[in-house]
Structure formats: C-alpha cells, structure tokens
Design a protein around this ligand. Sequence first.
Ligand code: C2O
Length: 559
Amino acid sequence: MVSFIRVLVVVLYCLLLPLVPGEGSTRFYKFNVVEKNFTRLCSTKSIVTVNGKFPGPTLYAREGDRLVVKVVNHVHRNVTVHWHGVKQLLSAWYDGPAYVTQCPIQPGRAFVYNFTVAGQRGTLLWHAHVLWLRATVHGAIVVLPKLGVPYPFPAADGDSLLVLAEWWKSDTEAVIDEALKSGLAPNVSDSHTINGHAGPVSACSSSDGFTLVVEQGKTYLLRLINAALNEDLFFKVAGHQLTVVEVDATYVKPFTTDTILLAPGQTTNVLLSADQGGGRYLVTASPFVDSSLVQVDNRTAMATLQYADARASAAALTTAALPPQNSTTTASGFLDALRSLNSREYPAVVPAAVDTSLLFTVGLGLNPCPSCVNGSRIVAAMNNVTFTMPTTALLHAHYFNVSGVFTDDFPGLPPVAFNYTGSGPNNTRTMNGTRLYRLPYNTSVQLVMQDTGIIGTESHPVHLHGNNFFVVGRDTGNYDPTSSPAKFNLIDPVERNTIVVPAGGWLAIRFIANNPGVWFLHCHFEVHTTWGLKMAFIVDDGDGPNESLPPPPEDLPVC
Ligand code: C2O
C-alpha cells in the first residue's frame, strides 16, 4: 500500500510538474556534429552539420523548461554551440563561445549543455561559436509560452520557421584564412538561402527552393532568423503585409510593414494573413548595406508562398520590387517602429538610474603587416582595443583566479576623443589586448556604442551574451553626453540581445548586470569578430543567495 501511494505521488508529481509556475519539464536532445554532402548552386560540397541537416534541427521548449543537449563532435575540427539569446541565468558555463566560457569540444569528445529557458519566449537561434563554423552549424530555438498562457496577439492557425543564411562554394575556414593572410576583406558568400535553399538561380538549371503552403483565410506565425555570417537582410513576401509581434524572443507593440530587417543573430516573429485570392507569391531575402566601402553578396534568396488550391502551382508567380540594397530609410523605418509591448503582463522594466556609463567606439583600423598585400592589415576594435582571443577559457581563468590570461582594464571611454564619424584620426592603428571590463553584481549599466569613420562608416550588429538590454537611444552623427540623453525612450524601448549600431551613428543600451559570469560582447558580422571587434564583461558574484555562479560541470572541455 505504502509503495502504491509512493508510486501515485510520483506519477501525480510528474503529471503536475509542467503546470507548476516556474517549474518546467526537461527536454533532451542529441547533436551529432557530422560532415555531410550537399548539392547547392550546381555543385556538391561536404559541410559540417548537426545531425546531417542544413539548417540544423529545431529545439523546442516551453518557457521555464530545461534543455539538455549532448553535443558529440564527430568531425576533425573543434566545436562549441552557443544558444544565442538564451539568458543563461547562473549557467554561464553552458553559454558556448569558444575561449570565452569554455574550451572547444575537441574531435571525438562530447559535452552536455544543460540550461533553463526562463523569462523569455519566442524564437531564438543556436549556432557554433568557434571560427566561422556557424555558417553551416546553426538552427532555431522555439520557446513557446508556458502551458495555458496565451500569446498577447491573436493566435495563428499555423507556425512556420524561415532560417535565412548563406551558401559558400568554398570552405568558409579557407575563406577567412586567406583574408587574414592577405590583410584584405574576405570574399562574400555565393548566395543567400532560405531554409537551406537559394531558390531559382539563373546559372543553374536545378531551380530548387523552399515552398511555404498556406490556406486562404488563415493566419500564420512566421519565425524568421538571420543566421548569415556577414550580412543584414531584408525579408519580404510579395503581395502580403507582415505584422511584427516579437523580436529576439521579447514581445513588441504589433505594427504592420511590408519589409523586415534582420541583422545576423536577430530573430523576429511576424503574423501573415493568407488574404490574397490564391496563387503563388515570391518570398525574398536580400542584402542591406548602407556603406560604400563594403562588398556584399547581392544574390537574393528566393522562396515561394503558395496557396493550397488546385490551380496555385500553375499560377504565375507574383513578385514585388526588392527594397533598394542601400536603403537606410527602409532600415531605420523598421528599427524606429520597434517598441516593447510594455503591457501589465509584460512590463518593460527599463533601468531608470545608471551606475556605470560607458562609451565604446566600434569600427575598423589598419595595422602594419609586412607580409600582407598592402603592407597593412584591416583590423577592427572597440575603444581602439583589437581583442586577442586567449588560448584558454576566460570564464575558467576568472572563476579560478588564473593570472596572465586577461586583464580587467578595458577602457570605459575612448582613449582619445575625436570627431568619431568624421574622416577619423590620422593614426588608424589599434592596440592588441585581452582586456575585460569588470562590473560589480547588480550594476545598472548604460553603454553607448559609437560607429567610427576610420576607413569608412559601417553598421555593426552588436550582440551581448547572457543578458537582454533595452535600446534607449539611437541617432546619426556623434553621441553628445549633454544633448543626446534628453531624447532617450525610457518608457517602452525595445528589448533585444542583438542591435544594429547605425553606420555613422550611435546607439545606447541599458541593462542590469545581475548574471554572474563572463559575457561576450561582439559584432555579429563574423568577419568583424575575427578582426577583433569584441570584448567581454566580467560580472562578479553578489552576496545573496542565488547570486553566485555555481562551479563548472565535470565534463567541461579542457584546452
Ligand atoms: Cu550569436 Cu557570440 O553569438
């Protein structure tokens, strides 16, 4: 009898666990990192994938769930996986960036990532976080609201994932190695892709492409992800308006637009009503760049939205004009429309007071390099520091007080003030260093990121690990500490994990440093990260309960 009651209690506990607020279920996944042949753009190439898929498998969770992902490395390269946008509260060891929170998983080895997804819901992405491997090693994370909790917008009839990325004919590691040798910018990709397909490509007879089938009168939630390495993308569906409801897994005030902008690492959920009279409509992902010095892959990825009626497959394809590649107006129109939902259920808790006010320049530089093509090498920097990756993990060095790996003297202000968005100083040389910025637990941080005109102005999609932030201000020109803050939005600014610092402009974010660990901050253009546009914050432990980073897991890879 006692054992029957015990069994009953256990069964009831398991059944009711997902219903207890804050207690989710645990979901197990296995990621086998393997090489696989894919034929794209008329040629076959072997790429590194997770489970043989491009894009990789989708992780599903409900808010509050625990994800346990065993990553087994079957390829001859080092691997790590980053859960981009997952806040990793007190679980920094599982964040994933190589040499920041962990040593890479070496060939033949495995590591089990184990973290909860709390206080966020929507679409995020996971991707490899070592060298340029994320070009092919990436996929979606879908975080559904807790059981019984509705969306704050009309429920859709269907749910569809659209992963935007790039296809490279050559091996991406070879592309960046070549660029580092020459000191010049790397080649661009050979096509953009939607769910792994470029779509009809003129030089290629096989016109493969992704087709999204919809039923007339129904509404669909499209989950959009920009998993590209180096390019901002415009997304458009001919003949249909899109209602934006969520970005980076935070709810926004819904607004309607015909063009979405996504920087690498950003995600957006939009509602599409299948309100046209049947037929086929072109879906496009095309590049956005408003800097004259940057070369982009200008091949538009194409997919098809097709109504599920008998005649649709024979119908002519309805197309729409692409947004101009350099349309700053389209881009800022989209970004300016983003506002936190800021409802009673989902309030925007914007830090009103600031303890630490930081100003980081973000941009390029030129350092001497005798063996390079022009005798110089293009580099990138924040506050003139070109970040040098250590050969062991920063978080390990921080946690165990290992000296000699990093210093915590990253400058909080530009070392010299200059007309940032003008032609720049004569000296374009940067300093190298593994310099971090230390934040006491619970610091309220304001960080202004200022693009520079060194070599040329350019936009930068900057991503902060381990924390979301509020985007309180953004403008063109130089940030002015006296007049700029007067225009800040402290009521309903959008909350994100990746933002676009505008070309020739600045952007201000605020966040509370209440997640102990070492958190990477870097440009999500992989080429800029490689060039050194990165740094990391150390967030110290607090004194209270649940304010300290637990010790590392036993299977954490060693370098
Ligand atoms: Cu999406 Cu540091 O990465």
